[in-house]
Write a protein that binds this ligand. Structure first.
Ligand code: NCD
Ligand code: ZN
Length: 345
């Protein structure tokens, strides 16, 4: 197969940042994706409906002329979040999900949740309204090995939470382990997972073998090969519980190439080309559309996009920038370490 037309994809987990960085990266997502779930971990975070309203306006202002793109706004859950504010945001149609960051788990998560007990009133209200909770599924306990933090989160936090609020619709964001995939696949209702492009392509060797490579460092950190294989099987299975969330998370190069580099990989530019390559390798190109364009809207209860995109497999490798210049500084693009042949037309 050398040509594939699919419904226009959506990105169910995207970091657009703000200001000059937002202006620099947004055109790349908007070129390929119709909608995206916009992560709220700005500094300061997007915690109230008013914050989300003004962030949405800044995103729309930063769009190139004539480009259609719908930012699906989220709220950053804190222990002070008001259930009434969340409910009003949902009822107005602005807020499509609430994001739970365990405090300290990742970039800009200091105002996250320390105790689930303190956010129960919000979670119960969300369950009653059918508003999804997006979860960064890693414990922050310093005594837990970083490669085990997702598996331990499932056992200590996610499973008890699902028992406590069974009607709460949850998305396990950027699942990175076989444990996570198996847990989601075993759930009968109210649980789905996003999978990133890069976790389908790299394992932890990319970060550490032969030298330390900060542009492959993200959170949750890439795991060993068996986990990558499990993620590939889930993504290409067609199972409606798994869909694309790129977690494209730009940081300027000086913030990554230093003594304590930030977590985050920028994939907005080449995600679809990378995914077509992965699905072709797995002989599952006929299931790419389910992963990028159908399963996500079905879980979020939104219509699928009516527009389409066509991917063409060119005989020669396609050319994409290895780095982009944003007004905030240079940002390195994810290098999949293989030549890309699939071009988005
Ligand atoms: C994200 C970021 O930079 O905001 N980083 C990352 O490694 N994925 C935060 C996140 O989604 O964990
Ligand atoms: Zn993220």
């Amino acid at each position: 197969m050398n040509e594939l037309t699919i419904r226009r994809p959506d990105d169910w987990h995207l970091h657009l940042r703000d200001g000059a960085m937002l202006k620099g990266v947004l055109p790349f997502s908007a070129a390929h994706f119709a909608r995206a779930i916009i992560m709220p971990n700005l500094v300061p975070p997007v915690v109230t409906v008013a914050d989300a309203q003004s962030y949405r306006a800044r995103i729309l202002d930063s769009l190139p002329d004539g480009v259609d793109f719908e930012p699906l706004m989220t709220l950053y859950l804190t222990e002070a979040t008001s259930p009434d504010d969340v409910a009003a945001g949902h009822e107005s149609g602005l807020i499509k999900a609430v994001k739970l960051y365990p405090a300290g788990a990742t970039t800009n998560s200091d105002s996250g949740v320390k105790s689930i007990d303190r956010v129960m009133p919000v979670l119960e209200r969300m369950a009653a309204m059918g508003l999804p909770l997006c979860v960064h599924g890693e414990v922050t306990d310093a005594s837990v090995d970083i490669f085990d933090r997702e598996a331990v989160f499932i056992e200590r936090v996610l499973a008890p939470l699902r028992e406590r609020v069974p009607d709460l619709k949850i998305v396990m964001e950027h699942v990175t382990t076989k444990d996570g995939v198996d847990y989601v696949a075993s759930a009968e209702r109210n649980l789905a997972a996003t999978i990133t492009t890069h976790h389908l392509i790299i394992n932890r060797n990319a970060i550490l073998a032969g030298g330390i490579r900060p542009h492959y460092y993200c959170l949750p950190v890439a795991k060993r090969e068996t986990h990558r294989q499990a993620l590939r099987a889930a993504a290409t299975s067609g199972d409606r519980r798994f869909f694309l969330g790129t977690d494209s998370a730009p940081h300027v190069d000086p913030s990554k190439e230093c003594g304590c580099g930030c977590a985050g990989i920028f994939t907005a530019i080449n995600t679809l080309s990378c995914l077509a390559h992965v699905f072709e390798e797995e002989r599952a190109l006929d299931r790419l559309e389910a992963f990028t364009s159908l399963n996500g809207p079905a879980y979020y209860g939104l219509p699928v996009n009516s527009a389409t995109v066509t991917l063409k497999r060119l005989p020669e490798p396609i050319r994409l920038p290895g780095k982009i210049d944003t007004g905030a500084g240079p940002v390195t693009v994810f290098d999949p370490m293989f030549a890309l042949h699939w071009q988005v037309c």
